[in-house]
Design a protein around this ligand. Structure first.
Ligand code: ADP
Length: 267
């Protein structure tokens, strides 16, 4: 507690007791975040500088070594770029926190669109994605670009952490007044003790593995902020050795007369 005392002109004394706990926790989180982000950027940067220095020595005269070093430098620079892009996304979403998104978004069309993007990306796992979309779903009030990013992060994780050649199932249907989206993989799963911390910035179950497959550690933090901005709910259920299902519920804009979840198309 912080105590502030003020004397009024009429001779009264006013004492303010201010709860510092919430303020201190937010400040600590901010300091940790800046420290973590700087550390994440420093590592690839140091590696790039080291390679530039070596290329300046005799090693740089060997064409094969030069090509190998350039490849490593390119990968490290791409890693920094991904991280900076995720940091920018996170700060934009946070800045918009209190502005409710209002565009009507057809989620089934968006899921289909993102799925096509994965198919076109040439990823070897793209063919494993299966979509099941209920018909005649109502739109939601949303931010299409952010919802697309949410889908990319969730499907991307399912592909990264699911085992090769196992299916990734994307489902969209209705659950009362909400639309329910789920992304399920058959992969290594996540131990229950990690689940509550997964949406923290830079929290990873296995840091080495996440980095080596191109993860920034910010994907689920971004998803959480997008879901919150859309007044939705995020749930992560997982079983070690079996797989993970992430479910997002988002409030539908209006209720159509007929029950939409009764009919569905499977792709
Ligand atoms: P990253 O960029 O490391 O993938 P995320 O914020 O997207 O960061 O996820 C945080 C961590 O949660 C990951 O490092 C990984 O350990 C774990 N994780 C996320 N999605 C899955 C999944 N589908 N299966 C297993 N582990 C997952």
């Amino acid at each position: 507690w912080e105590m502030r005392v003020a004397d009024t002109t009429s001779g009264q004394r006013i004492v303010h007791l201010i709860d510092q706990t919430a303020h201190d926790a937010a400040e600590r989180m901010r300091v940790d975040f800046v420290a973590n982000a700087s550390h994440e950027l420093r590592t690839p940067l140091a590696s790039i500088l080291g390679f530039i220095e070596t290329l300046g020595d005799e090693a740089g005269e060997d064409a094969e070594i030069r090509a190998r070093f350039l490849k490593v430098m390119f990968d490290e620079a791409r890693r920094m770029q991904r991280l900076v892009e995720d940091l920018i996304s996170l700060s934009r979403i946070e800045a918009d926190k209190y502005r409710q998104p209002a565009q009507p978004v057809d989620m089934a069309e968006l899921v289909d669109h993102v799925w096509e993007e994965f198919l076109d990306s040439g990823s070897p796992r793209a063919d494993d994605i299966g979509c099941e979309l209920a018909e005649d779903l109502p739109p939601i009030a949303g931010d299409r670009a952010q919802l697309s990013q949410m889908l990319h992060n969730l499907i991307g994780n399912a592909m990264k952490y699911g085992k090769a050649e196992t299916p990734v199932r994307v489902r969209l249907d209705r659950d009362g007044p909400m639309l329910r989206l789920s992304v399920a993989d058959r992969g290594e799963g996540i131990a229950a003790s990690h689940l509550p911390r997964l949406t923290e910035r830079f929290y990873r179950v296995d840091s080495g593995r996440s980095r080596s497959i191109g993860g920034t550690g910010l994907g689920l933090a971004i998803v959480k902020h997008i879901v919150e901005r859309h007044r939705g709910k995020l749930e992560i259920a997982s079983e070690v050795g079996v797989g993970t299902t992430v479910t997002v519920r988002l409030p539908a804009l209006k209720t159509p007369e007929k029950n939409a979840s009764e009919s569905s198309v499977t792709k």
